[in-house]
Every structure is written in structure tokens, then in C-alpha cells.
Write a new protein. Structure first.
Ligand SMILES: [Zn+2]
Length: 123
């Protein structure tokens, strides 16, 4: 099958599109996110339920922990290589860390939602 398309996934936006633009997997309206990294309870356009697919508890540690380790290693490497002043590092990382975390959480949550919807459609 081309690009993993199946009747259950046909017409759905990809995980990256859903994560970046907040596209509903059912109707492609921009209704996926209620907050920067929080799924809306349901689609305001078509009523598709998102709350059931919201990852809960410690499952997001599998995303947050490796990203945190990578960010710390990147900060150490940057400091070692360029020795930027402390105020520049505080300013730079103050912007980069939230953006990277929100991006990683959006990708993980969009992937979990797509997987849950695919599973419920194939049953
Ligand atoms: Zn929708």
C-alpha cells in the first residue's frame, strides 16, 4: 500500500500536520488544541471525541525525559563550544525549551490520538 494509506486512515491529516496546525483527524478543522500542548475535549466542528485519547499519567515521561536530556546536553555543548554570556543563555533557552517541549508534546499527543482513532475504526 502506498504511504501506509488504508481505508481507516484515508483522508486523515498526517501526525505532523495534526500536531503543527491542530487539524482534526476527522474533518481537518483547526480544532485539535485547547492550549499549546493540550488536546481539546472534542472537535468543535464535527464533535469527534479527543478526550479519550488524551495521554494520561506517566506515559508522557517517555517523551519529556529524553527531550529534557537532549536539551541539557545541547546546553552543555553550546556552553563548552561558544561560552555565551549567561544572560544570552537564559534568554535563548527561555525561548527554545518551551518551544521544543510544546512541539514534542504536540507530536506525541497527535500520534496517540491518531493511533487511538485508527484502532477504534478498524474494530
Ligand atoms: Zn472535526
Amino acid at each position: 500500500m502506498l504511504h501506509g494509506a488504508s481505508p481507516a486512515t484515508k483522508g486523515q491529516p498526517g501526525v505532523t500536520q495534526a500536531a503543527l496546525f491542530g487539524l482534526c483527524p476527522a474533518c481537518e478543522a483547526r480544532t485539535l488544541w485547547a492550549a499549546p500542548a493540550m488536546l481539546a475535549p472534542s472537535c468543535r466542528a464535527c464533535g469527534q471525541d479527543f478526550a479519550g485519547a488524551q495521554p494520561k499519567g506517566r506515559s508522557l515521561l517517555l517523551v519529556v525525559l529524553p527531550v529534557t536530556v537532549l536539551l541539557v546536553l545541547a546546553a552543555l555543548k553550546l556552553d563548552e563550544a561558544f561560552r555565551p554570556p549567561l544572560w544570552a543563555q537564559a534568554l535563548g533557552w527561555g525561548v527554545v525549551v518551551p518551544l521544543v517541549m510544546i512541539g514534542a508534546l504536540r507530536l506525541a499527543k497527535a500520534a496517540a490520538l491518531m493511533r487511538a482513532l485508527r484502532r477504534s475504526r478498524t474494530r
